[in-house]
Write a protein that binds this ligand. Structure first.
Ligand SMILES: *Cc1c(COP(=O)(O)O)cnc(C)c1O
Length: 344
C-alpha cells in the first residue's frame, strides 16, 4: 500500500512553511533569527515545532518510536488534519461507526466531505463487512472508536482486524479511553498495517484536558504529512512543559484509573437499584451509558440540582440514554442521592 497515493494532490505537491525554529535545529548562544523579544525568558521563544523532547518521553511510555508520533492541539486537531490531508472536498467520502464521537462528522462537514455513518449492531458492536459495503473507491478514511464514545464498549477485535486487511484506505482507531480498558491497544499493529492511525489523548485518564494535547500514532509517512500541514507551533510552550512534567509520573495515572474504575463499579451497583434505570450498558471507559425511563426529564431534573450529565437520547440506538462520567466518590454520591429524589 502506498500512503503517498492516498494523499490529496495539492498536499503532496506543496512546500510546507519553513519556520526559523525548524530551519536551524542546533544549539546556539545568540538567537536573532525569529524576531522574538530577547526579554521575558522562557516565554519569549517560539516552542519546538516538532516537540522533540516531549515525543521522546511519550515514546518511552507508549513504546512507539518517535518517528511514529504526531502531537496535536487535542486529538481534535489530528482528526481535522486527516480530512485535510486525505479527503478532496465534494469528491471523497469517509465511513464511520454510528453512534460515535461527534467530531468525526463535524470535521467532515467543515471540510465538505461526505460522511457515511454505519449503524452498530444491538450490542454496539461493529461488523467489518458493513463498513466495507458502505465504502467505495472514493472512501479515504474509516473512523472507529474503541472503547467507543458514547456507548462505552470496546469494538470486536477480529472485526477490526478484518477491516484492516480488506480496506485500502486509512483506518483510524480512536483510543481516547484505552487507559481505562483491559483490552489491548492497537499500537502494536502499526508496523503490520501502514494505513492504521491510532489516536490517544492526555484529556481523559491523564487528567489534562485543559492543556490540549492529543497523540496520533502512525506510519512515519503519515506522520510526515501531518507535520507538513499543521500550524508550525501547534503545541504551545506551556503545554509542552506541563506534559513533560505529567509524563514523569505515570504512576499517578495508574492510581487515578484504579480509583475511577472502582468508583465505576460502585456507581453501577447503585444505579442498578434505581427503578428509573432500565439498562446499564457494559463500559470499558470512565463513563457509563444508561437507559432510563425518560432521559429528557431526568436530564432536566439533574440540571435543576446542579448536576450535569450528557443527554444522548437523540443519538441513533441511544433512545432515552444518558451518559454519566464517573466522578469523585462525593460527586457520584450526589448523583445517586439526587436520582433517588426523582419521581415522575
Ligand atoms: C474526549 C475524546 C477525545 C479527546 O479529544 P481531545 O481533543 O484530545 O481532548 C477524542 N476522541 C474521543 C472519542 C473522545 O471521547
Amino acid at each position: 500500500m502506498k500512503i503517498n497515493e492516498l494523499v490529496r494532490e495539492n498536499i503532496r505537491n506543496m512546500q510546507p512553511y519553513s519556520c526559523a525554529r525548524s530551519e536551524f535545529k542546533g544549539e546556539a548562544s545568540v538567537y536573532l533569527d525569529a524576531n522574538e523579544n530577547p526579554y521575558n525568558s522562557p516565554f519569549n521563544r517560539y516552542p519546538d515545532p516538532l516537540q522533540t523532547e516531549l515525543k521522546k518521553e511519550i515514546s518511552k511510555i507508549k513504546k512507539v518510536p518517535v518517528e511514529n508520533i504526531f502531537l496535536g492541539n487535542g486529538s481534535d486537531e489530528a482528526i481535522d488534519l486527516l480530512y485535510r490531508a486525505f479527503c478532496e472536498p465534494k469528491i471523497h467520502n469517509v465511513v464511520a461507526i454510528e453512534p460515535s464521537y461527534g467530531m468525526y462528522r463535524v470535521c467532515a462537514e467543515i471540510n465538505n466531505v461526505e460522511y457515511r455513518p454505519v449503524l452498530l449492531d444491538e450490542n454496539f458492536d461493529v461488523e467489518a463487512y458493513k463498513l466495507m459495503d458502505a465504502s467505495n473507491d472514493k472512501t479515504k478514511i474509516i473512523w472507529l472508536c474503541s472503547p467507543n464514545n458514547p456507548t462505552g464498549n470496546s469494538l470486536n477485535f477480529s472485526e477490526i482486524n478484518k477491516l484492516l486487511s480488506w480496506f485500502r484506505g486509512i483506518v483510524v482507531i480512536d483510543e481516547a479511553y484505552i487507559d481505562f480498558s483491559t483490552k489491548k491497544s492497537l499500537l502494536n499493529y502499526l508496523t503490520l498495517f501502514p494505513q492504521l492511525i491510532v489516536l490517544q489523548t492526555m484529556s481523559k485518564a491523564w487528567g489534562n484536558a485543559g492543556i490540549r494535547l492529543g497523540m496520533a500514532f502512525a506510519d512515519p509517512e503519515i506522520i510526515g504529512i501531518l507535520n507538513k500541514i499543521k500550524y508550525p507551533y501547534n503545541i504551545n510552550y506551556l503545554t509542552q512543559q506541563h506534559a513533560l512534567q505529567a509524563l514523569q509520573n505515570p504512576m499517578q495515572v495508574e492510581k487515578w484509573v484504579a480509583l475511577i474504575l472502582e468508583e465505576k463499579e460502585k456507581l453501577i451497583k447503585e444505579l442498578q437499584k434505581l427503578k428509573l434505570v432500565e439498562k446499564i450498558y457494559p463500559s470499558d471507559a470512565n463513563f457509563i451509558l444508561v437507559k432510563v425511563e425518560n432521559a429528557n426529564a431526568i436530564y432536566r431534573f439533574l440540571i435543576q440540582n446542579g448536576i450535569v450529565v450528557r443527554n444522548r437520547s437523540n443519538m441513533p440506538l441511544c433512545n432515552n440514554c444518558i451518559r454519566i462520567t464517573v466522578g469523585t466518590p462525593e460527586e457520584n454520591k450526589a448523583l445517586i442521592d439526587t436520582l433517588k429524589k426523582f419521581h415522575v
